[in-house]
Design a protein around this ligand. Structure first.
Ligand SMILES: [Zn+2]
Ligand SMILES: [Zn+2]
Length: 105
């Protein structure tokens, strides 16, 4: 979305330029900004970031053995999750190694 520097009207794209239909002002599209937008939109969301976030901040992890088969990690991040439909919370632990999530005590 781009607005005209001259009159403030909404501009329209024509090829690689923004064109104002009110005063016929034209500006070249900022290709860098467009590229940044494309990158942000194209970012993949594969569900892994939760684990990466936990490892970024060691203070958030606690010493807990991972119950997942074949994983011998003993560090997990934990967060309080509101129980669906309930008023109290449950603690969810997430293994920093394999991302396995389980309900803590
Ligand atoms: Zn204009
Ligand atoms: Zn694990």
């Amino acid at each position: 979305m781009q607005f005209c520097d001259e009159c403030g009207s909404m501009m329209h794209t024509e090829g690689d330029a923004w064109v104002c239909r009110s005063c016929e002002n034209e500006t070249l599209r900022d290709s860098q900004a467009e590229a940044a937008m494309t990158t942000r939109d194209g970012q993949r969301d594969d569900g892994a970031p939760a684990v990466a976030d936990a490892t970024d901040d060691p203070a958030e992890t606690t010493r807990e053995p991972c119950p997942a088969e074949g994983c011998d990690s003993d560090r997990a991040s934990s967060e309080m999750m509101p129980k669906p439909g309930g008023s109290y919370e449950v603690r969810l632990s997430t293994c920093v190694e394999c991302g396995h999530t389980w309900r803590g005590s």
